[in-house]
Every structure is written in C-alpha cells, then in structure tokens.
Design a binder for this molecule. Structure first.
Ligand code: ADP
Length: 475
C-alpha cells in the first residue's frame, strides 16, 4: 500500500523556526525597549534632581561659611565649586561680582539680577531655583555688604552630555541583548522543530509504504502523544494491509474451489451422466450449489465496498418486522429439509419497526447464515424477536450451539476480513466480511447490537430495534 503524496503549496507556508524566531525577537525587542526607556527616564530625571539638590545645598553651605570666615577665605571657598562644574558668585544689587576675587570674572549679571528681582517681586521669597538659557540657576538673598545675592549656576549641557553617553551605552547593550536573544531563540526553535522534522521524515517513509517505521519522540509531551497516535495508525494500516492481502488470497482460493467443481461436474454431465436423469440432477444440484456459493462470495465483497464508500444510503420505512423475519426464515427451510437443520422460532406477533428493510434483511441473513455455519453438532439455531416490557423496543436474538467465540476474539469479529482461527464442527467457507457488513449497516441506523458468547457454549448475536405503531411512517 502506498499513499499519494499530498499536494501542499510549501512556498506559501512559513516554517516553525521562522515564526518562533520572529515572535521571540519581537518580544525581546519590546522588552529591551521598555526596560531601557524606563531606565533612561529614571536616570536622567535623577541626574537633574541631584543637580537641583546640590544647588540649593550650596546656598546653606556658603551662608554658614561666610558667617565664620573673612572675604578671602570665602572667595577661595567659592572657587572650589568649579571642580564640580558649578559656578558660585556673590553679586551686588547691580549685578557686579563681589566674590570671589577674580580678575577673569568681569562678567556682569545685571540682566540676571533684574530677572531675579522681578521673580521675587511676583512670587515673594528670598531664594529661587530656576532653569534659564540651558542652565540651572539658584539664587538667594544674603546679608553681605548690606544685601547681596548668592548666585550659583550649573550648565545643563553637562547633564545632557551624560544623558547622551548613557543613550549610546543603552543602544549598545540593547543590540547585544537582541543578538543574544536571536541566538537563543534560534537554538530553542531548532530544538523544538527537530522533533517535528524527525516525525515528518518518518511519516514520509511511512507514506512511501515502509510499515516498519517507528515514530519516536520522548522530549516533549505533545510530540510524544503524536508519536503514539502515529504508531497506532501505522499498526492499523499494517494490519489492514495484511488483512487485504489475506482476503485476496482467501477470496481467490474460495473462488477457485467452486469454479473447479462447476467445471468438473459440467464435464461429468456431458460425458457420463447426461443420459441418466437421476445422476444428472444430482450433478446439476452440485453445480447450482457451487454457483450459489460463488454468488454469495461476490455479493459479500461487493456489499462491503459499497457500504464503506457510502454509495448505500439508509432508506427507512415502517414495516411488519414479524412477517419480514418469517419471510427470511422460510428461505432457510431447504436447510431443514435437506440437511437436517432445526430452526427454533420464538417471535411476537405483529411487531413493527422503522428501518431500511433491505439492509436489515442483509443483517439477518448474515447473522442467521453464521449461526447455521457455526452451530454445533445438533444443527440447531434459535431465533427470537421480542417486544420490550414497555413496548418501545424490539430485541432480535439469534443463538447457536457451536463452539462460541473466545473472549479476546469478541471485539475483533466485527472487523473487516477477520476470521477466527478456531476450527468449527463443519468446514466453513467465509470471507470475514459478513459481520463487518452487519456492523456498518447497524451503525448507519444507530441501532445497538452485540454478541454474548463463551467458548463451548455457543453464541447469541442480538440487535435492538425501535418499536413503532403500524400506521405511522414519518419520513
Ligand atoms: P465469515 O464469512 O468468516 O463468517 P463473518 O464476518 O461473518 O465472516 O464472521 C467473522 C468471524 O467471526 C468468523 O470467521 C467466525 O470466526 C466468527 N463468528 C461469526 N459468527 C459466529 C458464530 N455464530 N459462532 C462462532 N463464531 C462466529
């Protein structure tokens, strides 16, 4: 058995590796961006608040120092702040630099002073922290030379420079982490997909007809379940393949025997018994029986293939089940007359059911045929058709007295091509299709059915039918 390769447009499909990597890298980028933006905002705002705190702190430091030191010492003290990048000066009311004593400081702060005075006038207070012209300024009124200003300023360019350096670092770290994430996601996706690739290459070998493949994957739970399922599919296909081979061998063998008989008896009639009516009739009967067997065999094969390919649909109608069953039993009468079979009947009168009459006929023929074939030396078969106590259901039971069916064979007998290894009292020629046909028909009707059997105690096959009033036939 070989499977046709499915026609998948591979080009339009994405590989698992690609999708996994894409989403992992996308997620990693988002996380890196989020962390870096938050970190950058926190760091840069703390840089600025540190500068603010430092500037206001300087006000207090200088005021304390001035009370205990002379101008020269204060001048030196103020210059020290330049190491931190902070310019600290004492300004007169007109904006001239009073301290520190430094010739290079001839800058006039008149504009600044008038801005400060305006602010004090508008908002009151004696100290002010403000940003202006890209620098952070602090001013406080001090008691020096009858009222001066302590003015400290810190260029924001320093903070911006630090920020820029931080940004470069963040970008470099981001790129590095992203590369690491890509590498990691690549190795994870490779590991994940390698299991799937293994299964897929095994499945391809399987599809080419190699039934000895073994699907293995114990690394991931889902793939292990899939492997298990594929292994059982393989077993089923293997079984069905060998069953089909067996059936072909069986059917060809079973076809050959009656054909040989027919040919032999036809030749006998022509050459020997043609003029002897008694012998001729006997020989002709053999030919008729063998032809019947051939027809039965061919019908079984045809029926099962028709049923499974869904050509046969169920056409339900209400019919008199009791009469219908008697009709079938009567056809088995010749067995009673010619071969000593006993068919014991226990049937309730006028039971009506709703089903596909023709197909239910097939079911009963097959069950009755099996019972006749497999019953014991007493050649007795029991048929009962009984209404349930509430009158809702009808139970058909067909019992024989044969060797029965082994417990382990019970679930198997309904499978196509199944024939038990058990030898029966009479050599039985079958195809192993009969019960499969029964199963398909009853399942199509959604009727319950089953078998009760014990080795040595015969078998009882039963089917549960709905009981309907005679008049109603709802389509
Ligand atoms: P077959 O054509 O071989 O009878 P079936 O599908 O009708 O095929 O039955 C499948 C197998 O089930 C038979 O080969 C036989 O082993 C077993 N079986 C069916 N009916 C009976 C029965 N009444 N008693 C014992 N065994 C049975």
């Amino acid at each position: 058995m070989k499977f046709k390769k499915p026609q998948i447009k591979l080009k339009s499909l994405k590989s698992i590796n690609y999708v996994l990597m894409k989403y992992f890298i996308l997620l990693a980028s988002l996380l890196i961006l989020l962390v870096e933006v938050i970190f950058f905002m926190v760091v840069s705002s703390s840089l600025e608040s540190h500068a603010r705190n430092r500037l206001t702190g300087i006000g207090g430091e200088v005021a304390t120092f001035m009370t205990a030191n002379d101008d020269f010492a204060v001048s030196g003290y103020l210059r020290r702040y330049r190491q931190e990048g902070i310019n600290v000066v004492v300004l007169s009311q007109g904006g001239e630099v009073l301290l520190p004593f430094d010739d290079s400081l001839n800058e006039n702060y008149a504009d600044e002073i008038s801005y400060i005075k305006e602010q004090f006038k508008d908002f009151g207070g004696s100290s002010l922290l403000y940003s202006k012209n890209n620098s952070l300024n602090y001013v406080s009124v001090i008691d020096y030379h009858g009222g001066s200003y302590l003015f400290a300023n810190y260029s924001l360019k320093i903070i911006n420079g630090t920020r820029n350096i931080l940004l470069v670092y963040f970008i470099l770290v981001g790129i590095f982490v992203l590369l690491a994430a890509a590498l990691f996601s690549y190795s994870v996706s490779q590991r994940l997909s390698s299991g799937i690739k293994n299964l897929s290459s095994t499945a391809e070998r399987f599809s080419k007809g190699d039934f000895n493949v073994n699907f293995t994957n114990s690394e991931y739970k889902e793939l292990a379940v899939l492997s298990d399922t594929l292994n059982s599919v393989r077993d089923e296909v293997k079984k069905s393949d060998s069953f089909q081979r067996e059936l072909l061998a069986n059917v060809s063998h079973d076809l050959k025997t009656p054909l040989t008989m027919i040919k032999a008896y036809a030749s006998m009639i022509r050459e020997i018994s043609g003029d002897n009516p008694q012998k001729r009739d006997k020989h002709l009967q053999v030919i008729i029986d063998e032809a019947d067997r051939l027809t039965g065999l061919v019908n079984d094969v045809l029926n099962v293939s028709k049923l499974t390919s869904g050509i046969n649909e169920i056409n339900c109608k209400v019919f008199n089940f009791t009469e219908f069953l008697y009709g079938i039993i009567n056809k088995f009468e010749y067995l009673q007359e010619t071969q000593g079979y006993k068919i014991m009947v226990d049937v309730d009168a006028n039971l009506y059911t709703r089903a596909d009459e023709e197909k239910i006929g097939q079911v009963i023929y097959n069950l009755l045929g099996n019972a006749v074939n497999y019953t014991g030396e007493d050649k007795t078969v029991f048929i009962s058709l009984k209404s349930s106590l509430d009158g809702d259901r009808i139970k058909l039971k067909i019992r024989d007295t044969g060797k029965g069916i082994a417990k382990e064979d019970l679930p198997e007998i309904w499978n196509r091509y199944y024939r038990s290894r058990e030898t029966h009292s009479r050599p039985v020629k079958g195809t192993g299709l009969g019960l499969n046909i029964v199963k398909i028909i009853l399942q199509n009707h959604s009727f319950d059915f089953g078998v009760e059997s014990e080795l040595g105690n015969g078998s009882t096959f039963w089917v549960d039918f709905p009981s309907v009033p005679a008049e109603i036939d709802v389509e």
